[in-house]
Design a protein around this ligand. Structure first.
Ligand code: LLP
Length: 417
């Protein structure tokens, strides 16, 4: 995307040479462009302009406080899936009354916290959850705002681990059972029916599954309204894909058109929960080549980032472009498996990549702003990498590299006997 590009063979993000960041904070390191994030947010906001709407950023994609604060400042709400994400939003200056609380397994303490904080809506995923929310709201003497997340049973054509809208998935309530549940909720003194929610999967690259799902949800909304149940908003979930390799995901405007057409009634507010589409292309992971090694079958470029820093290749066999911070014109182009130091053969960042490399080179793993740091761990006792945010010509460490002592802080040995 345009915020990242080469100038005289050096890779820049906005006005900053990424090699300068790598030199100052070391590698591995995540770098985000604030301009890229804001541009994507504005694209969503513009696409729904003139229609009541709220863009609720899916915190799970990248929950760094700087990211949340930037989006809160631009007017975003948030899609949260845990009390931890709620605390992040509040710590970043976001508003609880702009949070929708999703997730199949909300614990009682999380529901209690979210009700006290005054979240905008619970996206309820089962009859049992509805009952739990009702009883906690009754204890607190309040009415809990709810939407029911329906499962429209459509094939999202995405990786099976991130498809959620099929009957076989654990998410939501079968759409045909929703009316009975709504009737039950509408009759409760401690539940306040606000909307209908759905989310059919992530990294969708075609519009057809959205069109299918939204058609079914629109029919449900119409039936509920006709039955006197006051539906104020429809939450269409996230899922708009990005280009990692050669995909051609829909433009945000085209996606919004599908939503607007499906829900033509202008009195219905649209809530949309993009995660990846806002932040994936706004981030890179910088990593240094430690060793080049000739294997029997192929060459290995052993880098200092690993599956603990970026899990997507190991978990989903996901592709991320890998490019040098400094383009080289001389040297031999090799075919490298770019791998990390973790003791697993699944620990790779990219396979069979054509690159001109020498040890010490720093590489950028692209499109890593979503589900990158957020899914990182300290496996192999590797401290999690720092995160840096760029704003124009300046850059800021928005999370330092984890200290080694932090890896075992809070642990203890058994008492002496
Ligand atoms: N809303 C709900 C209810 C969700 O479950 C998700 C993502 C989103 C919104 C945001 O979806 P997005 O706009 O980012 O596609 N770790 C995986 C992605 C998991 C997505 C889970 N749910 C990956 O790295 O591809």
């Amino acid at each position: 995307m345009s915020e990242f590009g080469y100038r005289d063979d050096r890779l820049f993000a906005e006005g900053v040479a990424l090699a300068d960041v790598a030199r100052a904070v070391g590698t591995p390191c995540y770098v985000y462009s604030s301009a890229a994030i804001l541009a994507r947010y504005q694209a969503f906001a513009a696409a729904f302009a003139g229609r009541p709407h709220r863009v609720c950023y899916a915190v799970k994609a990248n929950g760094n406080l700087a990211v949340l604060n930037l989006l809160a400042g631009a007017g975003a709400g948030f899609d949260i899936v845990s009390a931890g994400e709620l605390e992040r939003v509040l710590a970043a200056g976001g508003r609880a009354d702009r949070c929708v609380f999703a997730g199949v397994g909300k614990r009682a303490d999380e529901i209690d916290r979210a009700l006290r904080a005054g979240v905008r809506c619970f996206n309820v995923e089962s009859a049992a959850e509805l009952e739990r929310i009702e009883s906690i709201a009754a204890e607190l003497g309040v009415r809990a705002p709810i939407a029911i997340r329906v499962n429209p049973d459509v094939d999202a054509n995405t990786h099976p681990y991130i498809a959620t809208g099929l009957r076989e998935n654990k998410f939501g309530v079968p759409i045909e059972s929703a009316p009975a549940l709504y009737a039950r909720a509408a009759a409760s003194g401690h539940l306040d029916v606000r909307g209908v929610a759905c989310h059919i999967g992530s990294q969708l690259t075609g519009l057809e599954p959205f069109r299918d799902a939204f058609g079914r949800v629109a029919a449900l909304v119409a039936a509920l309204r006709a039955g006197g149940i006051g539906i104020e908003h429809v939450d269409v979930g996230g899922g708009v894909g990005v280009r990692y390799k050669d995909e051609s995901p829909p433009a945000i405007g085209a996606y919004a058109e599908v939503v607007r057409n499906a829900f033509a009634d202008e009195t219905l507010e649209i809530v949309v929960e993009p995660g990846r589409a806002l932040v994936a292309e706004a981030g890179v992971l910088l990593t240094r080549v430690e060793y080049l090694k000739d294997g029997a079958e192929r060459g290995f470029a052993i880098v200092d980032a690993a599956m603990n820093d970026l899990l997507r290749p190991a978990l989903y066999d996901a592709w991320h472009d890998i490019v040098p911070l400094q383009r080289r014109h001389a040297g031999t182009r090799g075919r490298w498996d770019v791998v990390g130091p973790v003791c697993e053969s699944g620990d790779f960042i990219g396979r069979e990549r054509e690159l001109v490399l020498v040890p010490g080179d720093v590489l950028a793993v692209c499109t890593a702003g979503a589900y990158g740091f957020a899914m990182s761990s300290s496996y192999n006792a590797r401290p999690r990498p720092p995160e840096v945010m760029i704003r124009g010509e300046s850059w800021h460490v928005v999370r330092p590299r984890e200290r080694l002592e932090a890896l075992y802080a809070g642990e203890s040995v058994l008492p002496q006997i």
